[in-house]
Design a protein around this ligand. Structure first.
Ligand code: COA
Length: 208
């Protein structure tokens, strides 16, 4: 059995151009865009986390962004999804805990309300996944398995996962706990480096 292992210290920030959008590391200048995202009830409910939700509303953007500025050096690949033409912040894709379990990481994502409806989360997740599966000698993270979870009631996230090639592996009972204490069964999805690479088209266009 062969393995490719890199320590978290070797994770280097990268930019991934992908046509109409770009994945790049977050910068302090993203705070106004993050502030808009942090007013969306679904982003707050499913992705913000109790530490951010516990802050006053006007401090949530900084509270969410600060760990993202340091994330790469902590072993998390944290991408801002931005518009190629305008540079506007459209969303976030994170692959956290890279190699904490050897050759694995855990994905999460959000898209700002104004940018929804373009299959952007699936396309951005796919772009980040392709990079993550690229061997380290080729500039990627050399991973083999990426997983994600979403509450069953979050149907849009389930669609994003399957479109991005993350197969449904099962249901984790009472896995996700909202800050209110409400528990949700969650789907576990995963994509392997050896899985078929999806071809994802934005609505109204054809996959390349
Ligand atoms: C989930 C999310 C990232 C999707 O954003 P997006 O990429 O703009 O998604 P789209 O609007 O293009 O929709 C993608 C697919 O999901 C479907 N979908 C979206 N919302 C849905 C809903 N509430 N119920 C059922 N299907 C839904 C769309 O019809 C589309 O299907 P298609 O690919 O077959 O056409 C975005 O809604 C979001 O940021 N939500 C809040 C944060 C979140 O839930 N993150 C995931 C945590 S696990």
């Amino acid at each position: 059995m062969s393995t490719v292992r890199r320590s978290a210290r070797e994770l280097r920030p990268v930019e991934i151009p992908a046509g109409d959008f770009l994945l790049r590391p977050f910068t302090p200048a993203d705070e106004p865009g993050v502030a808009v995202a942090m007013t969306d009830p679904d982003i707050l409910r499913w992705t913000a986390g109790s530490a951010v939700l516990g802050l006053p509303a006007d401090q949530r953007a900084r509270g969410w962004l600060q760990p993202r500025l340091e994330g790469w050096s902590m072993g998390h690949a944290m991408f801002a999804v931005t518009d190629t033409a305008s540079g506007e912040l459209l969303g976030s894709v994170t692959l956290r805990d890279v190699h904490r379990v050897p050759d694995q990481a855990v994905a999460a994502y959000w898209i700002t309300p104004a940018a929804r409806g373009r299959r952007l989360a699936a396309r951005a997740l796919d772009a980040a996944s392709r990079w993550a599966f690229t061997p380290s000698e080729g500039g990627g993270a050399g991973l083999h398995r990426l997983s994600l979870d979403h509450a069953l009631v979050n149907k849009g996230s389930c669609r994003v996962a399957t479109t991005a090639g993350y197969q449904l592996e099962g249901t984790m009972r009472d896995y996700y706990v909202e800050v209110t204490g409400r528990r949700h069964d969650s789907h576990l999805h995963a994509r392997l480096a050896t899985d078929r690479v999806p071809r994802i088209a934005a609505p109204g266009t054809q996959a390349e």
